[in-house]
Design a protein around this ligand. Structure first.
Ligand code: XUL
Ligand code: CO
Length: 436
């Protein structure tokens, strides 16, 4: 049985192809800097946007035309598994990511819900065996249900804290069972609306306690996948605790969790925090916590998380530049946390969205590799900071001098003539690499 009869396997046809259902750049086996494109990019399908997303928004109902729409909840869940694996096979995507709530329907009790999960996990496991497709990461949705209205691990209710622990415990077990290479914590409602009713100190301590419990439980069950935190500054709560990578680093260090977590950086979350995508990747890299990426893009004219398929070549070049500089993905990958627009309701649009994103990142990879091979920015940056490699600069870096010695030096030498930062020249060179 096929869910996507109208679309056959997506092939690489090259730059001159006019076929919308073909890759123009992404050629999975092409070698770039010693690795195939697919090894570099490790594309993943987001279960939620791709299979459970229905096109609702605060003003309107579902729009997506899907063959499973009218099935009963459990049959729908099973159909979505089969459809998802057919979709990934057709696109040549080798990984997927999911929330517990994406794969199985809610039930009256936690116990019943967990039974539903087990039934669907059996189907997923079968499809994974059949196709060789792997789980990049799992996570648990602790933000949609009304019980999480005040948060999950940061809820004012200890019952909700306990419920969240039960849900995460089960989601970790499923992720382990499916061989997941990672586990993501995105604090959906871990934040607050007003300090008039919030004990922020206790909430943050509880979040620290919760994550430590997750680390302990992973050890107990032998889950060796990588833990990630996915920073986001706002939405749904006004003040999300995991604002950006720098904030998360401070949090992890306070609760002594810095060695256990890496970052899952999402492009549109970076921009909502007032940063570029490249900035967040860079902060993760220089702090040794670069992990995985949720690839998407926002709309600069809108202040919310639009989760669009990434098509901005400039951003994808600079993102892949950071990924390559970080040594590439190990456990992580490029998960398209992106959804088709509400008006793009046909099944074909799902394929077109992924093709757009995969081609954009493939092109980004190619250009970033060239920039690195030619050491375009490296040579310039090296020269720009060369005063720290000899003389007084070397003494500063090596910790050999303090204010007294530096004051003596400044009194004697003053400041040598500075050099231009040449930003316009560098931006022009970057454009040249993109054009060619
Ligand atoms: C929300 C978001 C989530 C996480 C996983 O903005 O990005 O889908 O990626 O919970
Ligand atoms: Co995300």
């Amino acid at each position: 049985m096929s869910y996507f009869n109208e679309v056959s396997k997506i092939k690489f046809e090259g730059a001159t192809s006019k076929n919308p259902l073909a890759f123009k750049v992404y050629n999975s086996e092409e070698i770039i800097m010693g690795k195939t494109m697919k090894e570099h990019l490790r594309f993943a399908m987001s279960y939620w946007h791709t299979l459970t997303g229905e096109g609702t928004d605060p003003f309107g109902n579902a729009t997506m035309e899907r063959s499973w729409n009218d099935l009963s909840p459990m049959d729908k869940a099973k159909a979505r598994v089969e459809a998802g694996f057919e979709f990934m096979e057709k696109l040549g995507i080798e990984y997927f990511c999911f929330h517990d709530k994406d794969i199985a329907p809610e039930a009256e009790t936690l116990e019943e819900y967990q039974k539903n999960l087990d039934i669907i996990v059996d189907v997923i496991e079968k499809e994974m065996k059949r196709t060789g497709i792997k789980l990049l990461w799992g996570t648990s949705n602790m933000f949609s249900h009304p019980r999480f209205m005040h948060g999950a691990a940061t809820s004012c209710s200890a019952d909700v804290f306990a419920y969240s622990a039960a849900q995460t415990k089960k989601a970790m077990e499923i992720t382990k069972r499916l061989g997941g290479e990672g586990y993501v914590f995105w604090g959906g409602r871990e934040g607050y609306e007003t300090l008039l009713n919030t004990d922020m100190g206790l909430e943050l301590d509880n979040l620290g306690r919760f994550l430590q419990m997750a680390v302990d439980y992973a050890k107990e069950i032998g889950f060796t996948g990588q833990f990630y935190i996915e920073p986001k500054p706002k939405e749904p709560t006004k003040h999300q605790y995991d604002f950006d990578t720098t904030t998360v680093l401070g949090f992890l260090r306070k609760y002594n969790l810095q060695d256990k977590f890496k970052m899952n950086i999402e492009a549109n979350h970076a921009t909502l925090a007032g940063h570029t995508f490249q900035h967040e990747l860079n902060v993760a890299r220089i702090n040794g916590v670069f992990g995985s990426v949720d690839a998407n893009q926002g709309d600069m004219l809108l202040g919310w998380d639009t989760d669009q398929f990434p098509t901005n070549i400039y951003d994808s070049v600079l993102a892949m530049y950071e990924v390559l500089k970080a040594g590439g993905f190990t456990t992580g990958g490029l998960n398209f946390d992106a959804k088709v627009r509400r008006g793009s309701f046909e099944v074909e649009d799902l394929f077109l969205g992924y093709i757009a994103g995969m081609d954009t990142f493939a092109k980004g990879l190619k250009i970033a590799a060239k920039l690195l091979e030619d050491k375009v920015f490296e040579n310039f940056v090296e020269e720009r900071y060369s005063s720290y490699t000899t003389g007084i600069g070397k003494d500063i870096v090596e910790g050999k001098v303090g204010f007294k010695e530096l004051s003596d030096y400044a009194l004697k030498n003053g400041v040598q003539k500075l050099k231009s930062g040449k930003q316009e020249m560098l931006e022009t060179i970057l454009n040249q690499y993109i054009y060619n």
